[in-house]
Design a protein around this ligand. Structure first.
Ligand SMILES: Nc1ncnc2c1ncn2[C@@H]1O[C@H](COP(=O)(O)OP(=O)(O)OP(=O)(O)O)[C@@H](O)[C@H]1O
Ligand SMILES: [Mg+2]
Length: 400
């Protein structure tokens, strides 16, 4: 298992429950998942050859980067070299690169924002001159909104160049993508999919709540079921099925961010892994389908339970969501006291912030203070929490 963070523990637990001997590795020896594993190591999840050498020496039977982008390519690299179950390396490489992904979407005729690589200065200049609704700059290969810069209005040339340089600096391959900013109608939403032999066996959708700063909109929470019309969700699933085939993927779990813009369904982002921050747990609470368990079975090449068994579980049983505990301003963390309304819907919680830690407005995963899984049969109980999360966290912050 590539990664043993607090939100990846659930996969280690599920694998252990299946009777699997679990070996974890990442560059954070203090990560709590290591304590649950049978063996643990400190090779980084992005060290392709280091992780491959470890996998060889451990004679593993399967590899997974659970709900995490940085290790997704490494998992495919290991599976490729050791002939283990998994999608083809080149397919995963394309899926995990925001520019190559856009090229595949465009070839399929799917709606995508106009985009160019940051190093293509002629293309950048053309896009800069034409994009009236602003631009989005992203590293091609990072996640958690790291290095993302959203310009809501056309930026100055120097501001654009600075954003490209920043994105390139945090990109593993030194690459940035520049896109026209799409203006969405209604909620952004996200999907998680189980695909076997190219067929989407299961898709779960959730509305996404985003935290806006002047240059970012990072995901704060997903609430299942999505309120998007069934036809919109069906169109998203159709696009994903076509995209999976075009990329050369066929057997795996995948995750998307989607929006409706200009009347069209646009897959904004795709990952060859499950959604982060316990998203598979959100779907499990809502639908009864355990994508975590299934992802582990896929990684081991085991047969999956019969689809017929899950059909009944497709309609959500309760409303379930996750919520990233976060600050909306600079400060020094003192304490946290949840409201009674929040406390009453919390199903699961992890807190990583420490007293006197400096905190910042939430711009992406590195700013996460903790995570909650919340659930209720009554959506009305959850909506006010997503509408004003700060009022429910009861964060006491000292001066920055
Ligand atoms: N072309 C675009 N137009 C409008 N908004 C965009 C565009 N590209 C990205 N965004 C917004 O920025 C967010 C982050 O972009 P993206 O998902 O590509 O980065 P990421 O690093 O994978 O972040 P995360 O892990 O938060 O999804 C998206 O969820 C979306 O809200
Ligand atoms: Mg994303």
């Amino acid at each position: 298992m590539l990664g043993a963070s607090d939100t990846q523990q659930v996969a280690i637990e599920r694998a252990k429950a299946q009777g699997v001997y679990v070996i974890t590795t990442d560059n954070r020896p203090d990560n709590p998942g290591h304590r649950l594993a049978d063996e643990c190591y400190s090779v980084s999840t992005t060290d392709l050859d280091g992780a491959l050498a470890l996998a060889k020496s451990c004679r593993i039977d399967g590899v997974i980067s659970y709900a995490s982008d940085p290790g997704a390519l490494t998992a495919a690299y290991i599976a490729h070299h050791l002939a283990l179950p998994g999608d083809p390396l080149e397919a995963v490489r394309k899926a995990q690169d925001k520019f190559l992904l856009r090229c595949e979407q465009a070839k399929l005729g799917h709606p995508v924002p106009e985009c160019v690589l940051g190093d293509d200065l002629v293309g950048v200049k053309r896009l800069w001159a034409s994009a009236k609704k602003g631009l989005v700059v992203k590293p091609t290969d990072r996640a958690g909104s790291v290095g993302v810069c959203i310009f809501h209005t056309p930026p100055s040339w120097s501001a654009l160049m600075a954003a490209i340089d920043k994105a390139k600096a945090v990109s593993f391959h030194g690459r940035a993508i520049v896109e026209a900013r799409l203006v969405r109608t209604g909620f952004q939403f996200g999907g998680d999919y189980l695909v076997k032999q190219g067929r989407v066996l299961f898709a779960a959708y959730a509305d996404q709540y985003l935290f806006q700063t002047p240059t970012t909109q990072a995901g704060l929470g997903n609430l299942n079921p999505s309120t998007q019309p069934a036809a919109v969700l069906a169109e998203a699933t159709d696009q994903v099925a076509a995209l999976v085939a075009a990329l050369g993927l066929s057997d795996g779990v995948y995750n998307t961010d989607v929006c409706v813009s200009d009347g069209k369904v646009v897959v904004l982002d795709f990952g060859a892994r499950l959604g982060g921050n316990w998203l598979a747990e959100v779907h499990r609470y809502a639908t009864g389908v355990d994508l975590t368990d299934l992802a582990i079975r896929l990684a081991l090449g085991e047969p999956l339970p019969d689809l017929g068994d899950w059909a009944h579980a497709r309609a959500p049983r309760v409303h379930a969501g996750h919520l990233v505990i976060h600050a909306d301003r600079e400060g020094t963390f003192q304490s946290m006291a949840f409201s009674a309304a929040l406390e009453s819907v919390v199903v699961k919680k992890t807190v990583s912030v420490r007293p006197n830690q400096r905190v910042s407005p939430y711009r992406g995963t590195p700013d996460r203070l903790g995570l909650l899984l919340i659930s209720s049969p009554d959506r009305e109980q959850l909506l006010p929490i997503y509408a004003a999360p700060q009022a429910h966290f009861g964060l006491a912050l000292g001066l920055p």
